[in-house]
Design a protein around this ligand. Structure first.
Ligand code: SF4
Length: 354
């Protein structure tokens, strides 16, 4: 045990200065006993402070449609789930939600949906350009896979960023969990987004059935290889409306370690304290913010639709109105001695001219 703590210390000390971690070193940190994990969290927190400062960026999350043509095994809004009511916000409702977010002080929104065939690139472009004409919000899209031309249309309408998680770096596991998607296509989409000048975010779930520590280490190395502007990591939380209902979920400790290691590897990328972390543990988001994270994405979707957008169970803040959420999260951030950013929260890679 003494040997292990010295090894964890030595790896963290090296990572603090240069961020170079081999797969073997990542595995030592992932597999270290829980009582040694604080060393990793404190190191990630120090790197976060040095690279991205004490400001926390808030992105208002607009879940504008829970229709989806796909059937990812872990997902509560997968097309074949007949147990949920489906909804779509119309253009006016989305615009009003964005305006409300801006009036609450948000400088940035994330527009998220399932892969809903109604929202073609042209329809999305029209909505994005309308929001851009009426607000000063930065817009992140998160609506799945499109062709190069379609991503281009969305970008030209004014979208600044795109989130597309790969969920696992194992092609075999990816295939099992995504019956109608290909890992190679997902990678291709991420390259297209980067090529088109989007600020690109990706990420993965921790604790998916079939995941091994080696796969988790590869997930982290893939984040680094993709040279992402944003990286989202959250625990797998089994949804009772899916075939994975009986599977064990991801743990908080492993999810926090993954966030911390992502910070050590990605340095100045934006890393959210995901809502899934807060759903797993009442202090999950605060713990993530103290382990390398620097972004929170409070929900600004109108209250009447929130219950219907549950990718995983026990999602927090379903009944809280957006003004309450904004106040609540600001209080939590200030309670950690951090401040809420008043900026758009664009990629720091761009700011530093990389
Ligand atoms: S994870 Fe996304 S693409 Fe997959 S079923 Fe859920 S909403 Fe659809």
């Amino acid at each position: 045990m003494k040997d292990n703590i010295q090894e964890v210390h030595a790896i963290c000390k090296k990572a603090l200065t240069d961020g170079s971690l081999s797969k073997d070193e990542i595995l030592v940190l992932l597999n270290c006993p829980e009582e040694h994990s604080d060393i990793i969290f404190q190191t990630a927190d120090a790197v976060r402070k040095k690279e991205v400062g004490d400001q926390v960026h808030l992105r208002g999350l607009i879940e504008f449609s829970n229709y989806c043509k796909k059937n990812c095994e872990y997902c509560g809004i997968r097309g074949k789930n007949k147990n949920i009511e489906r909804y779509r916000l119309n253009k006016e409702e989305i615009l009003q939600t964005a305006l409300r977010a801006e009036s609450l002080g948000y400088r940035s929104v994330v527009m998220q949906s399932g892969e809903d065939p109604y929202f073609t690139a042209e329809v999305l472009a029209d909505i994005i350009s309308t929001i851009k004409a009426h607000t000063d919000l930065a817009i992140t899209m998160s609506a799945g896979e499109f062709t190069y031309e379609e991503y281009k249309t969305i970008k030209e309408a004014g979208a600044d960023r795109y989130l597309l998680r790969f969920e696992t770096s194992s092609e075999e596991l990816y295939k099992k969990l995504h019956p109608d998607s290909e890992f190679s296509q997902r990678m291709e989409c991420l390259h297209m987004l980067s090529d088109l000048g989007y600020q690109v975010g990706s990420g993965f779930m921790v604790g998916l059935p079939g995941e091994t520590p080696e796969i988790l280490a590869d997930n982290l190395l893939l984040l680094q290889k993709l040279d992402l502007d944003m990286a989202g990591i959250g625990p797998f939380l089994p949804n009772s409306d899916t075939n994975l209902a009986g599977a064990a979920g991801g743990t908080l400790i492993n999810s926090l370690k993954a966030v911390a290691l992502a910070r050590l590897l990605l340095r100045n990328a934006h890393i959210p304290a995901t809502t899934a972390m807060g759903s797993l543990d009442p202090k999950g988001r605060e713990k993530a913010l103290q382990s390398g994270a620097n972004v929170v994405m409070p929900n600004v979707t109108p209250e009447e639709f929130r219950e219907m957008y549950q990718l995983y169970p026990n999602k927090i803040c379903l009944r809280d109105d957006p003004a309450h959420c904004r106040k609540c999260i600001t209080g939590k951030i200030q309670g950690l001695g951090r401040t809420v950013s008043n900026e758009h929260g664009h990629s720091l890679k761009i700011k530093k001219g990389y």
